[in-house]
Each structure stands twice: as structure tokens, then as C-alpha cells.
Design a protein around this ligand. Structure first.
Ligand code: T4K
Length: 372
């Protein structure tokens, strides 16, 4: 059987892309806020129902600049259950991460545990909408308001996700997106910051361009994190098919759910009420006491059969040597995150994944349970 990976990027039509490339070749404007960049920002704003988007080279630089833009310092309360870039962005800004435990059902930061972690040095909260599951914004905002904290959402997984018909990207002070090849919406590499107002967008745009406000004025410690014209044109084409992409992913998700329902020891997750999802990942939890085999035994069995799921997010960020020494990293402080990280397996999910392939994946899972 051909190898099945966790994901496979969707690509735009090559002929259509070539036409746009020809335009770029003619104009000679290949980066620095050219026409495709401007158009992609405008189209994204429409699609995502937000007013201010700044495009970036990738999601990690977007996170680093978001923290710079809000002048965040000291300590930031965040989740250990994410991709390591979330915490690295804090470190690159000289900020100490303080890890907070998560909810079992949505993998997101548990707002009820945030307050106990606030100190006089705390300046912000950085939650992640893990797998595109919306965080409990209301509770997080209430805490931020009481203590005068900023909120930066790592929405790397949450492209197009809405709650009660409103984009989750409107929440908090800033949100960042990733358009990496492995994401539901990809521009090869890419990212964005979503700002509440034009003034902040302007500051972000300066910061991603070395801090230049004009030819001779540098307003701060900027960096180069601009998206170029080739990628902006690619992104514009990707936008045309994203709704269809999400719809197909939804169908695959429903098939997985139906086939995996009622297998003892496997937890699957239904859509949350009032949430328009983007079906970015298909996470399951494997409880070895009920399933009879560990998550890693299942992971290895699938790999032997040329199927490559991923253990996003194991190990927890707090378990990496760079962060392990922090008091908030202690496993006893993060019981739910620790348990979920030990049980998690994200199964392959992408639009070209065939129904027959999903059936084979589920058969392998089921057969492993039977061979007890
Ligand atoms: N915040 C969060 C919450 C994030 O999840 C991420 C990134 C970020 C921030 C930072 O955003 P970026 O700076 O990346 O824009 C991947 C991605 O590199 C990373 O973007 C993503 N999160 C993370 C969750 O996953 P890997 O190391 O697991 O990817 P990799 O190369 O092993 O790819 C997985 C599989 O996908 C491959 O086995 C095959 C397939 N694949 C991959 C690529 C890159 C393809 O078929 N084609 C491809 O081009 O990190």
C-alpha cells in the first residue's frame, strides 16, 4: 500500500498559478507589498470576516511580532499542549512562559486554572485554539479584564473557524494564523496577524518590514517577516477552493466518527455546538486500560502498515529540555495535559484521502483491539 501521511497539502491549479506568475514576471514587483499582497490581504479579510490582516512569512514570525507589537514583557500564561513554536515565540521575546493545564474535552487552556498562576510580572495570556477548537474566550477575557492583561490567541489551527457566526479571530487583542503546508489552508509557508484596529495593524506592518514607517523613519526593532508576491498569488488561488476543501474534510471526519464509534477505549470528539469548524485534524484518545493496547503500540502498528499518524502534541512543550526546569512545567501541575499527551493520536486527514483508506485505517485499529 502507498504511504498515507497525517496530511497532504492541497495545491492550486498549476495552469492558473502559471498565469499569475507570468503577471509577476512582467511587473517585476516580486515582494514588498505588491499588488498580489494587497489583494490577498483584502480577500482574506472578506473571507475571514475581519477588518485588519497583516500577512507574514510564517506563523512563528507572526507570533513573535504580535508579542512585540503589544510590547509584552515579564511572564505570559500559556498552554503546554501546542506546537513548540507557541512557547518559543515567548522565549524569543525574553518572556517567561508559565504553563497552565488544559480541558480534557477540547485540549485548550483551562480558564479556571489561570488566575492562580498570575503574578505581578504577568502581562498577558497566550491561549491556543488547539485543532481549531475555540477556546473559552468569555472566561479568558473576564480574567484579562480584571487583571489588566492582554490576550494573544495562537489561532494557527483556526482558519475559518466561527463561533455563533462570528470569527474566533475577533477575540482577544491579537490573533495569529499559520498557512503552513500542513494546515487546512496553506500557502506553502505563511501566516498572518489579525488586529482589532487599523492603528495596530500599521504598527505590525512596520515591524514586519524592519520597523520602517517610511523611507527614512524606523519606529522600532523591526524584523523582515514579509510575505512575497509569489506566495500571495498562491494564497489568492487557494482561497477559491478552501470552502470545498473544508466540506470534504468534514465528510471524511464524519466517516471516521461513524466507523470509530463504540470502540471501547477510544475517545472521538464531536463538533461543538454553534461552531463552524475547519476539520484541521482528527484527534483520538487511546485509553490503554480499556483499549487493551497503548497509544504507542497502535502508532507503531499503523506505521508498519505504511500509515503515518502523528502524536500532536506529545511530548508536551513543558517536557522539552528548554522548559522542563520551570515550576509550572511539573507534571503534577499539568495532569490533564499530561494524560491527553500520552493518549493522543491524530489520524490522517486531508481532502484527497480516500474513503477506502479511512476504512483500512479503522480496520487496523479494530484488529489491534481484537488481538488482546
Ligand atoms: N502555533 C501552532 C499551534 C502550530 O501548530 C504551529 C505550526 C505554529 C504556531 C507555527 O506556525 P508556522 O511557523 O509553522 O507557520 C508541522 C508544521 O511544520 C507546523 O507548521 C505545524 N504547526 C505543526 C503542528 O506541524 P511537522 O514537523 O510535524 O511537519 P512534517 O514536515 O513532519 O509534516 C507532516 C507530514 O505532512 C509529512 O510526514 C508529510 C506531509 N507533508 C508535509 C509537508 C511539509 C506533505 O505531504 N508535504 C509537505 O510539504 O510540523
Amino acid at each position: 500500500m502507498e504511504k498515507i501521511y497525517i496530511t497532504q497539502p492541497s495545491l492550486p491549479d498549476l495552469e492558473e498559478y502559471t498565469k499569475l506568475l507570468k503577471q509577476i514576471w512582467q511587473s517585476k514587483q516580486i515582494t514588498n507589498n505588491g499588488d498580489f499582497h494587497k489583494k490577498f490581504e483584502a480577500e482574506l479579510c472578506k473571507f475571514l470576516k475581519v477588518d485588519n490582516i497583516s500577512l507574514f512569512t510564517n506563523g512563528t514570525l507572526a507570533l513573535i511580532v504580535a508579542l512585540q507589537a503589544l510590547r509584552i514583557t515579564g511572564e505570559v500564561i500559556t498552554t503546554p499542549y501546542s506546537f513548540v513554536a507557541t512557547t518559543h515565540a515567548l522565549h524569543w521575546n525574553g518572556i517567561k512562559p508559565v504553563f497552565c493545564d488544559i480541558n480534557e474535552h477540547d485540549f485548550n487552556i483551562n480558564p479556571d486554572k489561570i488566575e492562580a498562576l498570575i503574578t505581578p510580572r504577568t502581562t498577558a495570556i497566550m491561549p491556543v485554539h488547539v485543532y481549531g477548537n475555540p477556546c473559552d474566550n468569555e472566561k479568558i477575557q473576564q480574567i484579562a479584564d480584571v487583571y489588566g492583561l492582554k490576550i494573544i490567541y495562537d489561532a494557527a489551527h483556526a482558519f475559518g473557524v466561527e463561533n455563533n457566526n462570528k470569527s474566533v479571530l475577533e477575540w482577544g487583542d491579537l490573533s495569529i494564523l499559520s498557512f503552513h503546508a500542513t494546515k487546512t489552508f496553506n500557502t506553502v509557508e505563511g501566516g498572518a496577524i489579525i488586529a482589532k484596529d487599523e492603528k495596530l495593524k500599521k504598527r505590525i506592518d512596520y515591524l514586519k518590514n524592519f520597523g520602517f514607517a517610511n523611507e527614512t523613519t524606523v519606529i522600532g526593532y523591526g524584523i523582515n517577516a514579509k510575505m512575497n508576491e509569489l506566495i500571495s498569488a498562491f494564497g489568492l488561488l487557494q482561497l477559491k477552493s478552501i470552502e470545498n476543501e473544508i466540506e470534504i474534510r468534514k465528510e471524511k471526519t464524519i466517516l471516521y466518527r461513524n466507523l470509530l464509534a463504540n470502540i471501547e477505549g477510544i475517545t472521538i470528539f464531536e463538533d461543538f455546538e454553534n461552531v463552524k469548524h475547519n476539520y484541521s485534524y482528527f484527534p483520538i484518545l487511546i485509553d490503554k486500560n480499556k483499549f487493551g493496547k497503548t497509544r504507542d503500540e497502535l502508532y507503531e502498528r499503523l506505521k508498519k502498515n505504511n500509515i503515518f499518524p502523528r502524536r500532536y502534541f506529545y511530548p508536551l512543550i513543558s517536557q522539552f529540555p528548554a522548559y522542563k526546569g520551570l515550576v509550572s512545567s511539573k507534571k503534577e501541575n499539568l495532569p490533564v495535559a499530561t494524560k491527553n499527551a500520552e493518549q493522543i493520536l491524530c489520524l490522517p486527514l486531508y481532502s484527497k484521502l480516500k474513503s477506502t483508506e479511512i476504512e483500512i485505517i479503522v480496520e487496523i485499529i479494530t484488529s489491534l483491539k481484537i488481538v488482546l
